[in-house]
Design a protein around this ligand. Structure first.
Ligand code: BG6
Length: 514
């Protein structure tokens, strides 16, 4: 049943503050992330009036290029992605763009950057602008850039007011295990304080993921049943149809556990399962997430296969096997799929299994969180027993078609007493203004950076807690691979049989997504 037409905003509260004038400096500005996500998102903020008039974007890259050349590149990029009636907005956005060329490992690049930034900010009547340095480069370059920025005095803030701020945004991977994550953190902390580091996880910018907190803590009806007394199990799925694409070099070294679990999957799990924070403020929210991660029961190294399945896609449905993809070792042991069962040792969740799965080259693209409630304790609708009645199920769809749905039982219309499953289905698309689309996750995150709000960014302790849970598994896979052998699944399928067995052992089933 589609009720979307009946959902309307009745009033509302906006907690957003006005934009402030910052300078956004993007390293790696000619790369894929900048072109596909960052620049389009910054344009979108500009279009929505959320990019301050005095703000500027300084794109840094190795290739020599004039401001004019760079603006022309961006004009083409945005013109392709936007309807023709936005051309004037594109033009006004281009005026905010500047280009700075230089090698990342040359001190001179940063000395010149310093004077270029002062000049640009002065021309915009924005001397003393706050600055964001976005590292959209390969992770191997992070420390080179940060150390040079530091040496050139570009990260210095007023020690008392911390203004104008100098924030640095970094993308995952934050290390590749616990030790390397700590090492990266130590190196960053030589130049920056935690307050200045914005570790981005783009899943936290997705509408449905942000909405988990509103949903849980702005409504009365969910929190009382959000616990072991009412919830049977939780499933979190991130299924992708894409394979390794052009990222074999990265993926062969990473694998799915590092690529998706350490960050996106654990972030969603934390939001679903954490306790209510004292306030919607970075410190409080991040404290609760850390507390939750600390409560996750470590994987049992004596029986890892009972708790976690790793698999790789084989050929199927006309698609190549992972091992036949360009750049992949023909005998690769890298996992492209992981399913895991996690338990949380606290009063709220004792005994409630959380099943997480994510994989590439599956039959459909779908990210969702499914909360299955327990059976009712007793059925008055004899001869139907309580255990025969479908359990209520709440689905938070992260993508595609962001929304939420609730499966309930209801009487089927008609003279006979028949009961059936009914799905109340809400799609965000139904409440968007005509012509608008869902905002890109990076819009929200970039806006938060510009406002100096770290709530949706990852703190170093949660990075380490996540690695602390996963590093023993990675070690085990490497050192004793036979204890958790690599399984295979056909490309385009719903995953390996071993993952089905993992959940079926508990008399439960994965939700269907294909
Ligand atoms: C990235 C991973 O962080 O997230 C990719 O590195 C993955 O491997 C991507 O494809 C998924 O993001 P989304 O937004 O498409 O679900």
């Amino acid at each position: 049943m589609d009720l979307s037409g009946q959902y309307r905003w009745r009033g509302g509260f906006c907690m957003e503050v006005s934009p402030i004038p910052d300078t956004v400096v993007i390293f790696g500005a000619l790369g894929d992330l900048a072109n596909r996500k960052l620049i389009p998102s910054l344009f979108s903020l500009h279009r929505r009036g959320l990019f301050h008039d005095k703000s500027a974007i300084v794109a840094c890259g190795r290739a020599p290029m004039t401001h004019g050349d760079y603006r022309e590149t961006v004009r083409k990029l945005l013109a392709e992605k936007n309807p023709p009636d936005r051309l004037a907005q594109i033009d006004s956005f281009l005026n905010k763009l500047f280009y700075h060329a230089g090698d990342y490992d040359a001190a001179d690049t940063y000395v010149r950057l310093d004077s270029a930034l002062r000049k640009i900010e002065h021309s915009l009547f924005n001397d003393n602008a706050c600055r964001i340095y976005y590292l959209s480069t390969a992770p191997t370059v992070y420390m080179t850039v940060v150390e040079h920025l530091c040496a050139a005095g570009l990260l210095a803030e007023d020690p008392v007011s911390n203004m104008p701020w100098r924030h640095v945004v970094i993308e995952k991977p934050f290390g590749r295990d616990l030790e390397s994550a700590k090492e990266l953190d130590r190196a960053l902390r030589n130049c920056l304080s935690e307050r200045q580091i914005y570790r981005i996880d783009h899943y936290l910018g997705k509408e449905t993921v942000q909405n988990i907190l509103m949903f849980r803590f702005a409504n009365l009806i969910f929190e009382p049943v959000w616990n072991r007394d009412y919830i049977d199990s939780v499933q979190i799925t991130v299924a992708e149809t894409v394979g390794v694409e052009h990222r074999a070099k990265y993926f062969e070294n990473a694998g799915l556990l590092r690529d998706m679990f350490q960050n996106h999957m654990f972030e969603m799990l934390s939001l679903v399962a954490m306790e209510m924070p004292a306030s919607f403020e970075a410190g409080s929210v991040r404290d609760e997430k850390a507390k939750l991660l600390r409560s996750i029961r470590p994987f049992d190294s004596r029986n890892p296969a009972g708790q976690i399945v790793r698999a790789q896609y084989a050929a199927g449905n006309g698609m190549n096997a992972y091992r036949a993809e360009p750049g992949v070792d023909p005998e690769s042991q890298t996992e492209t799929y992981v399913a895991a069962k996690l338990l949380i040792d606290n009063w709220r969740w004792e005994g409630v299994p959380f099943y997480l799965r994510s994989g590439k080259r599956l039959g459909a693209k779908r990210s969702e969180i499914v909360i299955t409630f327990k059976h009712i304790p007793h059925s008055i609708f004899q001869p139907v027993h309580a255990g025969d009645l479908a359990q209520n199920r709440l689905t938070l769809t992260v993508q595609p078609q962001e929304g939420l749905s609730l499966g309930i039982l209801a009487k089927k219309p008609g003279p006979k007493l028949c009961m059936g499953d009914l799905t109340m289905d809400f799609k965000y698309a139904s409440i968007l203004e005509p012509g608008e689309s869902m905002p890109e996750a990076y819009e929200r995150l970039l806006l938060d950076c510009m406002l100096g709000d770290q709530t949706l960014f990852i703190r170093s302790d949660t990075v380490e807690l996540a690695w602390g849970l996963l590093t023993p598994v990675l070690d085990l896979w490497r050192e004793r691979p036979g204890t958790c052998p690599l399984a295979f699944y056909p490309a385009g399928s719903s995953g390996p049989k071993e993952a089905d067995r993992l959940i079926q052992r508990d008399d439960r089933f994965w939700t269907e997504f294909a």
